[in-house]
Design a protein around this ligand. Structure first.
Ligand SMILES: NC(=O)c1ccc[n+]([C@@H]2O[C@H](COP(=O)([O-])OP(=O)(O)OC[C@H]3O[C@@H](n4cnc5c(N)ncnc54)[C@H](O)[C@@H]3O)[C@@H](O)[C@H]2O)c1
Ligand SMILES: *[C@@H]1O[C@H](CO)[C@@H](O)[C@H](O)[C@H]1NC(C)=O
Length: 301
């Protein structure tokens, strides 16, 4: 086909896609069953990870729960069992590649092939760049993005073989927009969003249409992860609600979930507003949280 015809065809597809989206607004999307699926969640000892485990437990998935905190992960596993699911707790430090690979081998041996992988574990250092210690920056990248590579490399091969699976990336709106005093965190989340997008396209290019991907990008969630967060335009979310929306999105094979969905307007504005207007908008928005501010030359790296 020549280019003109192809572009005409593209406009037909664009119009069709909008019509399809319009119709779908009124017809509830089909939700897949996750009963019996082996679901692995990292950082499942608290917050979004723990509540996501409970959502899968309610749907009779088999849970494999990883966290660095032993008492926390055992409590989540117990909570899942109370909901009638089987759950296996593992103590894994996701900042260490060898630990991830070792734990992954053990999971494959003891339980089987993971078909839903939720990369949720995350850490944050709230401070200005020069007050952030080197080891905090390294840890942020090890947990928030590198760990996603190691878990995916461990569990994707079986998903490829069966052309069946789902890889979930817990990123953040900080993976699309930045704020001061979260430079290392936001850049690690930009990487996580990039990982999700790249992997999504690659699976499509390889024809693996049975392997889905989902990326979650919420604003502040009330888990204590970031201390005393507030903004003037967005609500502070609760982990239970975030986990409900996440799992619902996973069941519909939704690729990108913004919470609240209003964030999409923010993204659009960020792309189209002039710099001066953006500064004014940021001033009105007034994002706040506890942070170490004030570079001290005495401080060690
Ligand atoms: N809370 C928020 O405001 C918010 C907003 C957007 C995105 N997120 C993201 O959601 C995810 C979960 O955040 P949360 O608010 O539930 O945090 P949380 O602090 O409540 O829970 C995080 C869990 O991860 C575990 N963890 C930390 N380091 C680990 C490591 N090295 N190995 C294994 N486990 C480790 C912790 O022990 C804890 O149980 C993170 O990736 C975070 O970046 C959080
Ligand atoms: C580990 O989890 C327990 C129970 O949830 C909690 O009380 C404790 O503060 C956590 N420890 C660390 C180091 O986060």
């Amino acid at each position: 086909m020549n280019l003109v015809l192809e572009i005409l065809w593209l406009s037909v597809i664009i119009i069709f896609s909008y019509l399809e989206a319009l119709v779908k607004l009124f017809i509830p999307a089909k939700r897949k069953s996750v009963s019996g699926e082996i679901v692995l969640i990292t950082g499942a000892g608290h917050g979004i990870g723990r509540n996501t485990a409970y959502e899968f437990a309610k749907r009779q998935s088999k849970l494999v729960l990883w966290d660095i905190n032993k008492s926390a992960i055992e409590a989540t596993a117990e909570g899942c069992r109370k909901l009638g699911a089987t759950a296996h707790a593992y103590v894994v430090d996701c900042s260490v590649k060898e630990e991830i690979y070792r734990a992954a081998e053990k999971v494959k041996r003891d339980i089987g092939d993971v078909s839903i992988l939720v990369n949720n574990a995350g850490v944050v250092a709230t401070a200005d760049l020069l007050s952030t210690q080197d080891k905090q920056i390294e840890k942020t990248f090890q947990v928030n993005i590198l760990a996603h590579y190691w878990t995916t490399k461990a569990f994707l091969p079986a998903m490829m073989e069966n052309n069946h699976g789902h890889i979930v990336t817990i990123a953040s709106i900080g993976g699309h927009l930045t704020v001061p005093f979260l430079v290392s965190y936001c850049s690690s989340k930009f990487a996580a969003v990039g990982f999700h997008r790249g992997l999504t396209q690659e699976l499509a290019a390889l024809g693996k249409d049975g392997i889905q991907t989902t990326c979650l990008c919420p604003t502040f969630v009330n888990t204590g992860f970031i201390k005393h967060p507030s903004t003037r335009l967005l609500p502070l979310l609760e982990a239970e609600k975030v986990a409900e929306k996440l799992v619902d999105g996973i069941l519909c094979n939704q690729k990108m979930i913004f919470l609240p969905p209003l964030l999409k307007v923010g993204l659009l504005l960020e792309k189209i507003l002039p710099e001066r207007a953006l500064l004014a908008l940021n001033k009105i928005h007034e994002v706040k949280f506890d942070a170490v501010i004030g570079y001290n030359t005495e401080k060690e790296h």
